[in-house]
Design a protein around this ligand. Structure first.
Ligand SMILES: Cc1cc2nc3c(=O)[nH]c(=O)nc-3n(C[C@H](O)[C@H](O)[C@H](O)COP(=O)(O)O)c2cc1C
Length: 182
């Protein structure tokens, strides 16, 4: 099977997931579509579906598409990646997987890529939400911070870009394996 049988659908609010999706599409030479513009009729034409989404309050943007259409996609090879501001932490990623990939979605492999934190570019609502979250977290003893809480406290008030092509290596490896099997 050639790589035209692979599509990436992604949801990105501030561009980090989009950046990873574009890198992947260049590397794999495959189609790329924003989830909000995707239709199931189009997506189900592909054999391998890569799903990417930014993480917001532990939820992965766009995951409702997979939930809604899983019945029609269940025989496809689906690989997901989530993009957040937290540093890589296996325990936190396992919790993210459990929270987002429930029931029939539980078998979908989900990788993590660290994104960016661009407070200057955030919507007023998001900036306010983060400010409120910071106030709650600040009441905790820093020794007991979860990895995402520590990252939030460090990131708030500044801009960071942790996007790195190397984070895509395990995804590319798995897709190449799937492509070779077909
Ligand atoms: C309101 C808000 C909530 C967020 N929640 C999380 C979170 O729960 N975990 C995390 O790792 N990152 C969180 N982030 C950081 C984003 O996931 C990060 O900036 C990511 O790069 C966004 O990807 P995007 O630009 O493709 O939307 C949050 C950011 C905002 C503004």
């Amino acid at each position: 099977m050639d790589s035209s049988n692979t599509i990436i659908i992604y949801s990105s609010k501030y561009g980090a997931t989009k950046k990873y999706a574009c890198w992947l599409s260049e590397e794999l030479n495959c189609d790329l579509l924003e989830t909000k513009k995707a239709t199931i009729d189009k997506v189900e034409k592909y054999n391998i579906i890569i799903f990417g989404g930014g993480i917001y309050a532990s939820g992965i943007l766009g995951i409702s598409f997979l939930k809604k259409y899983y019945e029609r996609l269940k025989n496809k090879k689906i690989v997901a990646f989530a993009v957040g501001a937290s540093p890589y932490d296996e325990k936190a990623i396992e919790a993210l997987r459990k929270h987002n990939f429930k029931d029939e979605l539980a078998g979908i492999p989900c990788f993590y890529c660290r994104g960016a934190w661009n407070e200057a570019g955030m919507s007023w609502k998001d900036r306010m939400l983060c400010g409120m979250l910071k106030k709650v977290v600040a009441k905790k003893n820093p020794e007991n911070y979860e990895p995402w809480e520590a990252a939030l406290m460090q990131a708030i008030g500044s801009n960071h870009d942790w996007t790195d092509k190397d984070n895509l290596k395990p995804i590319i490896e798995l897709i190449r394996k799937y492509e070779a099997e077909n």
